[in-house]
Every structure is written in structure tokens, then in C-alpha cells.
Write a protein that binds this ligand. Sequence first.
Ligand code: 4HQ
Length: 255
Amino acid sequence: MRFDVITLFPELFAPHFVHGVTRRAFESKQIDVRLWALRDFGDPPHSRVDDRPYGGGPGMVLLAQPLERALAAIRADRAEDAPAPLVNFSPAGESLRQSVVAEFASGSGAILLCARYEGVDQRFIEHRVDRELSIGDYVLSGGELPALILLDAVARLQPGVLGDSRSHEQDSFSAGLLDCPHYSRPTTLDADHGGASVPEVLLSGNHAAIDRWRRDRALTLTITRRPELIARARADGQLTGPDEAALLRSTSSKL
Ligand code: 4HQ
């Protein structure tokens, strides 16, 4: 799949493509990321890409015309049969959830617009943008970090990126739940950690019991911290009889 990124700061991206488990997806071009410097499409004589908002007020707005030229160059270069969706990142967008990530991971790519300043001339959004996505309810200085977040979340779902192909099926969010706790050696930590040991079941070798324990811990953590996720998992038919029994135990024992 191919992602074209429109940005004033293309240099922010490269480090994210050469480290960690996602590196394989980017270096193999399984995910082919092409960076387009918006400055290259600015208005002469100084390559302007922004100007003051009509009506006054603080800050600057990204101009529609440089964006139009960048988009036309990308669309020509992609030579697409089905045009890739143009995505803008904004707090006004649809929340980026794992289901949205999964949609992109199984698609053929997108054009990602990373705005700066106060944002983009609304006419460009209305005429050209197909989808607006938000990574959360806070205000960032630009859309580059949201674009990188989407690319990272999509990259780790690509075949061969996680060592074990079951890894992402076991992700909390593939079932719509928060993850269970994890433990590794030693079995008992020193006094600074309260001499805490590892839950016995994880040392038992009983894989059915271990799976059930993990599922129960994921369910109790989720009902405690994010009850709305339990409601959604239930509505999606993701909860079994034993799951519902675990939830009843956890709500009646006020964990
Ligand atoms: N932005 N989720 C880009 C965000 C944001 C978010 C504010 C978008 C600044 C220029 N984007 N503009 N939250 O805070 O996606």
C-alpha cells in the first residue's frame, strides 16, 4: 500500500521508518511512504503556503491553492484507478480507533494532509478532504504526529511485522478490550517492589487456565477503567458466557 504525506516538515518522518518492529514494513515498501514538501507548491515569489485569516484574529491558515497543487501532483503520480482517500487530521475528526486502523491496514493507502497553524482553508476541506481523523481531545501544533501514529498502527498489522503472527490477534484492542498485565523474570522481586511475586497460574504450565486468567484480567481492567469498551464488545458479540461470568464476579467483588 502507498501513503503520500503532505507536510511542511518532511524531516520529522524519516526516523520513524528505520527503527523498531515497524521498520520492516517501511523498508520493504510493504508500506510505501512518499513525502511531499508543501513548500515546493507555495505561491511565488517566496513559496507562501499560509496567510492571515479573513475576519482577523490570531494565527495563520494554510492556503487552498498550494494544497491544490500538491494534491494534483500526488494524484498524477499515483495514476490511480480508484482515487486514494485524502485524510486530514483535526480534533474535529472521527476518533482514530483500532477499527479505523484495521480499515487502513487492509486498504491500498491514502493521502495524509498534515496541517500546521490554525488549520486549512475550509473550502479545501469541503471540496477535497474525504475523511477527518482525530487522535484525541487535545490541541497539537501540527498533523505530523497524528499521521505517524496512523502509520505506526497500520504498519504493525502488516503480515510479518510482529514476530508471532498471533501477536496482534491477542492485542487487547482486537477484542476491543484493554490488555491483561504481563510479567517476566524473576518470579520474586526484591523488597523495593514489595517482594511481589508472579501470579501462580502463569507458572503452572496449564495453558487453558492461563488463557482464562488473562481474559478475566483484561475484562476486569476494562470494566473498571473503560466500561464503554465492554458495552461495545458486548454489542459486537465479542463476549462469551465465561466472559460475562467473569464480569459479574468482578462487579460484585468491586475490584
Ligand atoms: N490538530 N488529532 C492539526 C490536532 C489534532 C488532533 C491541531 C490538527 C492543529 C494544525 N489532529 N492542526 N488532536 O490537535 O488530530
